[in-house]
Design a protein around this ligand. Sequence first.
Ligand SMILES: Cc1ncc(COP(=O)(O)O)c(C=O)c1O
Ligand SMILES: N[C@@H](CCCC[NH3+])C(=O)O
Length: 409
Amino acid sequence: MDIWPQTTAWTGGQLHLGGVGAVELAEVYGTPAYLLDEADFRARAQAWLDALPDGDVHYGGKAFLCPEVVRWLDELGLSLDVCTGGEMAVARAGGMPPGRVVFHGNNKSPAELRRAVEWGIGCVVVDSFTEIDRLAAVAAELGVRQRVMIRVTPGVDPRTHAAIATGGEDSKFGFSLAAGLADRAVARVAAEPSLELYGLHSHIGSQIVELEAFGLAAARMAEFAASTGVTRLDLGGGLGVAYTPGDPAPPTPAELLAVLRKETEGLRLAVEPGRSIAGPSTVALYEVGTVKGRYVSVDGGMSDNPRPGMYGAAYTAALANRRSDAPLSEVTVVGKHCESGDVLVRDLPLPSDLRPGDLLAVPVSGAYQRSMAGNYNHVPRPPVVAVADGSARVIVRRESEDDLLRLYP
Ligand SMILES: Cc1ncc(COP(=O)(O)O)c(C=O)c1O
Ligand SMILES: N[C@@H](CCCC[NH3+])C(=O)O
């Protein structure tokens, strides 16, 4: 399937995004850089709103967040899911009304809970009995009746990588339905005058490309909602994306919603898509530094994309600055970091005349890449450049070595 952002054009062999050429983008903003196709991001967010006009779409900010994206979400009418004080700070900086923010996390600190309640956060998704006590105390002290959802683990296997499956019985997240903990959590929240039981929440995992597990979780959650009298269900995020042209097309938001609705009649639904909005909107642009045998080294690597190393994620890449009619040969695209596992793409056919100075573009680089990027080997993190209607602007600036040195007293 076509995995490039919607405004992608190949003119004279050169990648253009949002009407701007990759060569110009590399000259002006440097490489590596994440190039975000604003129209693509907005269209994907809109598709979720269209699929759930009578519910709430909370964008999963962990996939990728910055103040400018918060402004787009606000403008479009999405809400926002944050899971740390840091993400909450970005939501605030971007001007998201606090009432449209939902706060997740299995270990929110008392200080984070206080900040959230003081800010007027729309909803806190409670994840442990300790947290229910903490939040009730903070809300009581601040004289607030805080809306909460209860995170439930419905005991389903989403058939995704083990590190990103969250809906099974053995999970650090939520209250188990099967073990009766979810029932006890409902009773505990109901007994706290400073808490309002607003809804039930489940999130079964991420990069899920089959609909069965979503349907099963929805059915279990709907049954539990009926037994507790709760009328709102937030069924989380998790819809997967295609990373390579050989991956099957994932279900659309409308297809997922059809499955969820079938199981949850009469309930108000919310969803929390992250990857399916941000992932395909963005292309990572690298410059080739060396070509040695089968190894093509680029100027980024595992610090800007830890996903191949962490989850065995497969990506593709394409020559982005020129046309080449040279025969293809299989290469391994590697980064500049100090370990052999620093591989971005394995066994990729690329033109055999690939040379230093060429640009390589890696599509589907918008989710869990900049947000998970680190500074291994003191490599500064790349910028995010939004492209639209023939112009480009920085929405996350490139880190500099000075930024890194500023950390040292
Ligand atoms: C509670 C919660 N909601 C939403 C998301 C977003 O998930 P995804 O990016 O897979 O749509 C996550 C991450 O998996 C999550 O933990
Ligand atoms: N970081 C994971 C997704 C985690 C989902 C967050 N709850 C990935 O890159 O696939």
